[in-house]
Design a binder for this molecule. Sequence first.
Ligand SMILES: NCc1[nH]cc(CCC(=O)O)c1CC(=O)O
Ligand SMILES: [Zn+2]
Ligand SMILES: [Zn+2]
Length: 348
Amino acid sequence: MATNGTKKHVATYTDAQPTQISSILSGGYHHPLLRQWQNERQLTKSSLIYPLFITDNEDEETPIDSLPGQKRWGVKKVVPYVESLVAKGLKAVILFGVPLAEDAKDPYATSADDPNGPVILTIKALRVACPDLFIMTDVCMCEYTSHGHCGILREDGTIIREESVRRLAAIAVNYAKAGAHCVAPSDMVDGRILAIKQGLLDAGLAHKCMLMSYSAKFSGNLYGPFRDAAGSAPSFGDRKCYQLPPGGRGLARRAIARDIEEGADGIMVKPSTFYLDIISDAKELARDLPICTYQVSGEFAMLHAAAEKGVVDLKTIAYEAAYGCLRAGATLIITYFTPDFLDWLDEQ
Ligand SMILES: NCc1[nH]cc(CCC(=O)O)c1CC(=O)O
Ligand SMILES: [Zn+2]
Ligand SMILES: [Zn+2]
């Protein structure tokens, strides 16, 4: 209520206005179903993509200390595990290769698309075991390079763009040939979307392989547990020359616009809850494309740590984070919470 500065106004019951009809919002959300109806976008099992770490030791099943509940899997062990999740409604996975063999890493990431390597073997095995499962592959070199960077390097440690982009396209095409339904380059080397799209076209696979670009991938402090899990921390330097600076909203917008131009079929924002404005930008710039966000290892580990401390309730906070992403404009979420959500969504 406005005051004129001199006379102090004290409200009394006689001032009470009849309640405005438009002020009563609670009638619209007093029931659990109504609360669901308020969601512009729903979290469903189809919204979830589960990341899996696959090693070159086919019988491996090793818990990852920094990622509660997550494991490194060998191809023989991962197939029955994924089958059990498909039975609960899992629709999509994204595969990361974790080569452990002594000689697995070199400057060209040769093992990334080794026909007997973990990613290609797992694509083929899952295509057979789970014919309805959507199989995505992360495309990057850092898990397979001796130096742990995401491209091919010059002597001075900088990325050779043309050579890296050709190599990334070859890796992506080999994943598509093995049966991947989607390739998702996370390297952030300029021009790779065009090169991969051209590669898929040349191989006659562009019509049956989606190209999901990690367009807006930020360099921050949230990938630590993943780099532990995948053994992909750079041996020197960092990724700041190719991943975006956390304040770089303009760069993210330019990268998204460029990747649409270059032929991306979907746009990803990574990490997720620290970058909701970027998700909303992606939805605006790529309004006709599916928008995906990656709730990364550090976000997942933080929520778990907070829950263990009793600061938050895990399930409640997991939903709250997911709805933040959906509200901002994402319809797809890559999350380590996927197995939990498959159970939680059934409880409703
Ligand atoms: N380029 C590799 C890659 N692909 C996905 C992630 C991060 C996923 C996560 O933290 O959960 C990373 C790590 C990185 O860029 O260092
Ligand atoms: Zn990488
Ligand atoms: Zn990657």
